[in-house]
Design a protein around this ligand. Structure first.
Ligand code: SF4
Ligand code: SF4
Length: 613
């Protein structure tokens, strides 16, 4: 098939996906997490469109996703795993070891960072993880560059037999740019067939061999630090200055514009670092021998800066010249560059528009579950987890959120802490279905083993809602929509040793509160109990066309505007009317779930009367 290159307007994650399929990636795995989620779904899109015989998979968690793709690389195929930065923590054990054992086929680990952080627990810098694992990391500044870097990553991975990390950030993942398309290089065209060569001294290396592998890894790193193809780019070699700015990632794209806007393009040398670790030895030497003053601008941690060890000449995060926290927005970089060059910043300081606090959707089944939890255990300790249900915070039904799966282990921690006190609070943990499969199961087994007296409410909305409705192991669907073997949640829970496991409908508030009270009672006297709150995500039901019963509601004149419903139920469709002093229901927002019928203590929320009465 003849291919003519053309340009396509692509989102960063789509560009990365295209880079993967164009470079013959034969296996791509992932666990969804913003800002990385669209990478795998876009690979699936190309796979379907071009009928590519590759394996794509939403795995149960990042560690599993990593290990599947890594095994593929061990057979000589090109593979990739994608995740968000906190997901890399889950896969950290596998990453550290894979760096020692090395690869056969190219293996790209895509870890998307979230400076800001817009939708993450931390602003951690995946480049630090690459540094700790001792693998090279590439830092794209734009969608087009991200796609090019996939190609570079595969070449680097195969040249040095190492996993290579690609670290896009939110702005690269979610911005759009014209990207040059190339030829799809399916695995067969690369003449690749899975062929695993047994070598237990490498693939199952004992500690003695691991020492040897570490020596080899150090040798690889020093060669990678001298590799010409990934050397920093000197963007304005015409400058004859003693001042230089060094940058990477999306900050480098902003810095180019800023230097031009401030008329500094001719007078301040600018270097874009594409591979922040290991930093090129020749570059480090020439930078330090040529320039008297150097400003390093990078998100999020000073990875480049730490490797440029001359503290007298380097300005950056370590001496406070560059902010250490939050996203490096263009206006922030402009101020820092202007100060460094001794000129005045020209862009006005923008005051951010006032935002609305995030809230669960109108009609979200989690809101109903949280309302019931507070009724069943009003003075309880509520541990929770990562997902849209974290917004149960607004309903005061979430007291703790640490990381994936921690709702259950933290519940255990609270139980042990209060164990010897006369009055022990009820402990209710909430976790989403996908998160339960991801990291909740081992914690539940531990809790059963220790006979932790708590109630676990699994908020089962039949999808991974927060990241765009990817399937869970219970959905029974693959990334490409084919049928898989669904995992039965109740059987799994009972298999963990739970003796009290019931499924309830959170929309049926009265029955659900009763079910929860029964579970709380069981947990006080006998041991851990699980309640599965099952109702599909309201957005997913609309997307998949599931028929749902609609209950139109209205607020009667009995409403005295006390605000109980807005404070304790917090449905965004319930609005305060400043004129009447009462609450009304915004028909444009209301999803007609009918749950609020049980919320108003004065019975002022009623089923809407039809014309027939
Ligand atoms: S609907 Fe009921 S709870 Fe809400 S403000 Fe009116 S009286 Fe209060
Ligand atoms: S029916 Fe009530 S709870 Fe449901 S979306 Fe409408 S206002 Fe909110």
């Amino acid at each position: 098939m003849k291919h003519s290159a053309k340009k396509e307007l692509l989102m960063g994650n789509e560009a990365i996906a295209l880079g993967l399929v164009e470079n013959g990636c034969a296996m791509a795995t992932s666990y969804p997490g913003t800002p990385a989620s669209e990478i795998l779904s876009s690979v699936v899109g190309y796979q379907r469109r071009h009928k590519i015989g590759m394996h794509t998979q939403w795995a149960i968690n990042e560690k599993v996703a990593f290990e599947i793709a890594y095994a593929g690389s061990m057979t000589g195929l090109r593979t990739a795993v994608s995740m968000k930065q906190v997901g890399l923590n889950v896969a950290a054990d596998s990453l550290m070891s894979a760096a020692y054992l090395g690869t056969v086929g190219g293996f790209v680990v895509i870890s998307a960072d979230d400076p800001g952080p817009h939708s993450s627990q931390t602003e951690q810098d995946s480049r630090m993880m690459a540094m700790m694992a001792k693998i090279p990391v590439l830092d794209p500044g734009s969608p087009a560059e991200a796609k090019e870097m996939v190609s570079l990553a595969y070449a680097l991975s195969e040249a040095f037999r190492t996993p290579v990390m690609l670290r896009p950030t939110t702005r690269v993942c979610h911005s759009r740019q014209d990207v040059l398309t190339g030829k799809l290089l399916v695995s067969n065209a690369l003449n690749r067939k899975a062929a695993f060569k047994k070598d237990s001294t490498r693939w199952a290396a004992t500690p003695k061999f691991r020492y040897q592998l570490h020596l080899e890894l150090e040798e690889k790193l020093s060669q990678i630090a001298a590799h010409k193809e990934t050397e920093p780019i000197f963007h304005n070699p015409g400058t004859h200055s003693k001042q230089a700015v060094v940058s990477s990632g999306v900050a480098s794209a902003y810095t180019i514009d800023i230097l031009k806007r401030l008329n500094l393009w001719e007078s301040v040398a600018f270097f874009q670092v594409r591979q922040p670790f290991p930093l090129h030895t020749r570059f480090m030497k020439s930078l330090l021998s040529t320039y008297d003053r150097i400003l390093v601008i990078e998100e999020t941690t000073g990875v480049i800066e730490m490797q440029l060890a001359d503290r007298n000449r380097i300005q950056g995060k370590l001496n406070g010249a560059v902010t250490r926290v939050g996203e490096l927005l263009p206006e922030i970089i402009e101020k820092q560059v202007a100060k460094f060059a001794g000129v005045t910043a020209i862009s006005p300081t923008l005051t951010p528009a006032p935002g609305r606090p995030p809230t669960l959707c109108a009609g979200c089944p989690h809101r109903a579950s949280f309302f019931a939890i507070k009724k069943a255990a009003p003075r309880g300790i509520y541990t929770s987890d990562i997902g849209c249900y974290t917004l149960g915070l607004n309903l005061k039904a979430v007291d703790t959120v640490l990381c994936m799966g921690a709702a259950i282990s933290q519940a255990a921690g609270f139980y042990h802490a209060y164990q010897n006190q006369e009055k022990r609070p009820d402990i209710i943990a909430t976790i989403g279905d996908s998160t339960f499969f991801h990291a909740g199961v081992p914690a539940l087994i531990d809790a059963v083993n220790q006979n932790v007296r708590f109630v676990l409410v699994i908020l089962d909305n039949r999808t991974t809602a927060m990241t765009g409705s990817q399937p869970t192991p219970a959905t029974g669907k693959s990334a490409t929509g084919e049928n898989l073997v669904p995992v039965d949640m109740e059987t799994l829970v009972k298999g963990c040793g739970i003796r009290s496991c019931e499924v309830g409908e959170p929309y049926d508030t009265k029955a659900f509160v009763k079910l929860l009270k029964k579970a709380v009672d069981f947990s006080r006297k006998q041991g851990p109990a699980v309640v599965i709150a099952r109702h599909p995500c309201i957005l997913d039901a609309a997307r998949t066309g599931h028929s749902v019963e609609r209950i139109a509601v209205e607020i009667t004149d009995d409403c005295d505007g006390c605000g109980f419903c807005r404070q304790h139920f917090e449905c965004p469709a319930l609005i305060h009317n400043a004129h009447t002093g009462r609450t009304f229901i915004d028909p444009l927002v209301c999803n007609e779930c009918g749950v609020c019928l049980n919320v108003c203590p004065k019975g002022a929320i009623q089923k809407k009367k039809t014309e027939q009465g």
